[in-house]
Design a protein around this ligand. Structure first.
Ligand SMILES: *Cc1c(COP(=O)(O)O)cnc(C)c1O
Length: 407
């Protein structure tokens, strides 16, 4: 995917801003490395041999292209617009995250960096990174909050099986935010031989742009497939938004298609009350957090609020800066889904389609079903099925009180 396919308005300015969002807010010691990374990335992006190698691994290792799937029984069940799923859940390691992990690992190799570090919350990004490092023979260190390590023991073991050094972070709430801080600390110390593979379209420039570019393939494939299947573009597209990488990758190719509505769905948790959710556009304010300027859940003094979501992958206090930019321009709309609705949609999808969706993706499903019901039968809505729900089955069983299942 060369630069020429990327609309001008979506290229951040020299200081890394999309409009007034984004930028570079990092310790002085990282500035040289970030400039180096930006230059190396821009060269790689324009280099056909890099793009070719990337495409090769996306196909052979990750399993691209993914299917565009017509959810026939769900469509009948809802009784409105035709519902399609873009099946990122079918990728190796179970979610879209592998697209970015492969892209950044190849870039690190190109830059001569032999050591990879990453952060992970639920463990999905950590697993994607660990597998890719094993494949390319790179050293891999993953920082993970102690609480998350306990909750996601299986993912910790997966990473270790692939040879990653998973390091427990004991500060603060012992979750994703602290893991990112620790990864940054490592990077500052080891920047000469180390590349930091950040897991979402977040943080300091050039990450939001770079991570988005590595996920653009989702939308490019979707456009091609829907034109083949239906001979026209969809009326609406829906994706869940944690940091925002699957959504921005899915939407990006459609930003200039003015007749296609784009909707991102955040985590409404128990409802929009202080500390009970992770819907940054509902309860958040403009602030600077972990590298960039964006919408952040914070109190009057700028202290980061506690967040809650049934889905670990959406449970983060900040949203990717490019999302804030399109929200201002009214190009992408945002909604939220609450935990109880999410669990309901999760079960409906299992029963009608035989597809177990990730709890993250189930947020998008709540809104997709709501909207499809309001639309007519000749309309089309496509949802990005960002990942599979195998990782969530134990948690769902526990919440639904299936005591006969040994969890
Ligand atoms: C991590 C994750 C997300 C959230 O991350 P984004 O960067 O917002 O895409 C969504 N879905 C799944 C399956 C995930 O693993």
């Amino acid at each position: 995917m060369s630069d020429s396919n990327i609309p001008r308005f979506s290229i951040p300015d020299k200081k890394g801003y999309f409009g007034s969002y984004g930028g570079v807010f990092v310790p002085e010691t990282l500035m040289t490395a970030l400039t180096e990374l930006t230059v190396a990335y821009e060269e790689a992006r324009a280099d056909p041999s890099f793009q070719e190698e990337l495409s090769h691994h996306l196909k052979e290792f990750a399993g691209r292209p993914t299917e565009l799937y017509f959810a026939k029984r769900l469509t009948e069940n809802v009784g409105g617009a035709k519902i399609y799923f873009k099946r990122e859940d079918l990728l190796h390691t179970g979610a879209h995250k592998i697209n970015n992990a492969i892209g950044q690992a190849l870039l690190a190799k190109r830059m001569g960096k032999k050591r990879i570090i990453a952060e992970t919350g639920a463990g999905q990004h950590g697993v994607a990174t660990a597998t890719v490092c094993a494949k390319f023979g790179m050293e891999c260190v993953v920082y993970m909050g102690a609480v998350d390590m306990e909750r996601q023991a299986l993912n910790v073991y997966r990473m270790r099986l692939c040879g990653a050094d998973v390091r427990s972070v004991d500060a603060g709430q012992k979750t994703l935010k602290e893991a990112i801080n620790e990864a940054m600390r490592d990077w500052v110390t080891n920047v000469r031989d180390t590349h930091y593979i950040l897991g979402s379209a977040l943080g300091t420039h050039p990450y939001p742009m770079m991570v988005r570019d590595f996920h653009r393939v989702i939308g490019v494939e979707t456009k091609k497939a829907i034109l083949e299947r239906e001979g026209r573009l969809p009326d609406e597209m829906v994706a869940c938004v944690g940091g925002g990488s699957n959504a921005i990758g899915f939407f990006h190719e459609f930003l200039e298609e003015k007749d296609v509505k784009l909707t991102g769905v955040e985590a409404g948790g128990y409802g929009i009350k202080l500390g009970q959710h992770a819907a940054r556009f509902e309860g958040g304010k403009l602030g600077v957090f972990q590298g960039c300027k964006t919408y952040v859940l914070q109190d009057e003094d700028g202290q980061i609020e506690l967040t809650h979501s049934v889905s670990a992958g959406l449970d983060y206090a900040a949203i990717g800066p490019e999302h804030a930019f399109y929200r201002d321009r009214d190009r992408i709309r945002y909604a939220y889904a609450k935990d109880d609705e999410v669990l309901e949609a999760f079960q409906v999808c299992c029963r009608t389609e035989g597809i177990i969706p990730a709890l993250e993706s189930s947020h998008a499903l709540v809104y997709t079903m709501k909207r499809a019901r309001e639309m007519s039968k000749d309309q089309i809505i496509i949802m990005n099925m960002s990942g599979r729900g195998d990782k969530d089955v134990q948690q769902v069983a526990k919440i639904l009180g299936e005591s006969e299942i040994d969890v």
